[in-house]
Design a protein around this ligand. Structure first.
Ligand SMILES: [Zn+2]
Length: 306
């Protein structure tokens, strides 16, 4: 069974293909995965105030705040800002819902979320709400997990939760494995929070994926052998793929599928529940590659792995 969290409200149609990639991903999944295997859940309700300061949420009443968060990519209209805020609130709830489903079933996916540049005090880099921090807070507070490993393979550094979770990292409750291209956003600000990172792999622009998969295979077992996680958050950004207009990295679609399978199989072997979220990815093929990667994980056509 593949447990997916999704809501039509994740999409902001006026932003074009990037804003509709969640819907297209689900449509692709539905064409390949039989309905008795694909279970789609809607996000439960959670308040973003659980993981943000009241001061930051107050600033979201001012459109100028949004502009500074989105200026790297584009300048949204007032209507688009309202739609983006609504969509990202839903995706935040979706990540928390997927974490609960992963605890129940071993594996669940939010077809959205992974808003890893947002911190408790600020939005940043197109991310308004810190869903990854929120999952860590909630699992630790409820005692549902005690040692959480974050594996972040999006092309960008996860500076938001790295800022938020420094004390948890120091206390041995959180371990961060982050691969990113060091010379793009959030450089140089990201340098200030990289002391939270335990394991790091740099992305190399000319690499088609072979070099990265080699590094991943060499490094992925270390946090399992040294930290002993009881829950994994996998931030599976596909903006590392060739043709991505934002990062200019060169991984092939096959490399994306290989890396996702390496991560999920490693969690399975360690018998640790894993929640995967979609995060970045701005090329035209992203919804199809992400969907095909999930098909590969489920094992459709190869006997079924879930
Ligand atoms: Zn990214």
């Amino acid at each position: 069974m593949l447990h997916i969290v999704y809501d039509d409200g994740y999409n902001v149609e006026s932003l074009g293909p990037v804003g509709s990639r969640y819907k297209v991903t689900l449509e692709h999944l539905k064409t390949v995965i039989p309905p008795e295997i694909l279970q789609v859940h809607t996000p439960a309700e959670f308040a973003v105030s659980a993981s943000h300061t009241a001061e930051y949420l107050e600033t979201l009443k001012d459109p100028e705040t949004f502009k500074s968060i989105f200026e790297l990519a584009f300048f949204p209209t007032a209507d688009e800002l309202t739609d983006i805020e609504r969509a990202q609130r839903l995706q935040y709830c979706g990540t928390l819902t997927a974490a609960d489903l992963a605890l129940q079933h071993g594996f669940a996916v939010n077809l959205g979320g992974g808003l890893h540049h947002a911190s408790r005090k600020a939005g940043s880099g197109f991310c308004l709400f810190n869903d990854i921090t929120a999952v860590v807070d909630r699992l630790l507070e409820t005692g549902k997990a005690k040692r959480i490993l974050i594996i972040d393979l999006d092309a960008h550094q996860g500076n938001g939760y790295e800022e938020d979770l420094w004390e948890h990292c120091q206390a041995g409750q959180v371990c961060i494995f982050d691969a990113y291209q060091p010379m793009i956003f959030p450089f140089p600000e990201g340098e200030l929070v990289k002391q939270s990172i335990h394991y790091y792999i740099p992305y190399i622009p000319e690499d088609r994926g072979d070099c990265f998969i080699d590094s991943l295979l060499k490094g992925i077992n270390k946090p399992f052998e040294e930290f002993y996680p009881d829950f994994v958050i996998y931030n599976a950004g596909t903006d590392t793929m060739e043709g991505d207009p934002v990062t200019k990295l060169g991984q092939t679609a096959e490399a994306i599928k290989d890396r996702d399978l390496v991560v999920i199989e490693t969690c399975r072997r360690a018998k640790v529940s894993v929640m995967m979220c979609m995060s970045g990815g701005y090329g035209e093929d992203v919804p199809h590659v992400f969907a095909e990667s999930l098909v590969n994980i489920v094992g459709i056509g190869s006997g079924g792995k879930i």
